[in-house]
Design a protein around this ligand. Structure first.
Ligand SMILES: CC(C)(COP(=O)(O)OP(=O)(O)OC[C@H]1O[C@@H](n2cnc3c(N)ncnc32)[C@H](O)[C@@H]1OP(=O)(O)O)[C@@H](O)C(=O)NCCC(=O)NCCS
Length: 184
């Protein structure tokens, strides 16, 4: 695959649209109980296929998505990092959020933070988005750590309206960062 398939890159990562051959590695990632510790359940291959279709459609509709993310050096797919419109109803939404989900063997190397910083830069400088939020469950400290490291500030907590009958996963923290060079 040529580097020109990447929409944009950071030092070590390439961000691209989803391909059919992402299904196997993305299914393995979403079937890993450690990766999905802070979600109500792991995902089946059928659910991951639907998720990939949804992420592709999101890009067609909105021009952003959680991008398929590769290591530039090896072209290995390591998961998703990116941006998405969130419409669920809370005091913080509708808003564009930043999110990440990486395979376990890619943790602990700074990839999530590097990728998130690059996506923020893309959102602020290229897309001229004024504000980005990010949310995680109360115990997802690894994700919250990324939010803090990229300069986001906690603005509140909420019960996620899309999570039902899962007390552990319902309560969320919300972080926010403003574009330092707002468009107006
Ligand atoms: C959340 C998630 C993406 C975070 O990944 P991560 O690898 O822990 O995050 P980072 O990129 O910040 O890297 C973590 C560590 O790598 C270390 N590191 C190693 N080499 C590094 C380098 N070259 N540059 C920067 N950091 C480096 C850092 O010390 C850092 O730890 P610290 O902040 O405690 O010092 C990952 O845990 C994950 O996919 N979780 C499951 C899915 C999930 O919960 N998603 C979020 C839903 S809200």
């Amino acid at each position: 695959m040529g580097d020109n398939e990447y929409l944009f890159q950071s030092n070590r990562l390439g961000f691209r649209l989803w391909r059919n051959d992402d299904l196997a590695p993305f299914s393995a990632l979403n079937a890993d109980e450690d990766v999905m510790e802070h979600f109500p359940k792991t995902l089946t291959v059928v659910e991951v296929k639907k998720l990939i279709d949804k992420l592709s459609q999101h890009h067609l509709t909105h021009g952003i998505t959680y991008y398929a993310t590769d290591l530039l050096e090896t072209k290995e797919f390591i998961g998703m990092i990116g941006l998405a419109h969130q419409q669920y109803k809370t005091e913080f939404t509708p808003a564009i959020d930043i999110g990440w989900r990486l395979s376990k063997n890619a943790w602990g190397q700074g990839y999530a933070t590097e990728g998130a910083r690059r996506c923020l830069e893309y959102a602020f400088d290229h897309l001229k988005i004024d504000k980005i939020i990010s949310v995680c469950t109360m115990k997802n400290l690894k994700s919250e750590n990324v939010m803090k490291k990229i300069g986001m500030i906690k603005i509140g907590e909420f019960d996620h309206p899309d999570v039902h009958n899962h007390p552990t996963y319902q309560r969320h923290k919300c972080y926010q960062i403003l574009n330092p060079n707002p468009s107006n």
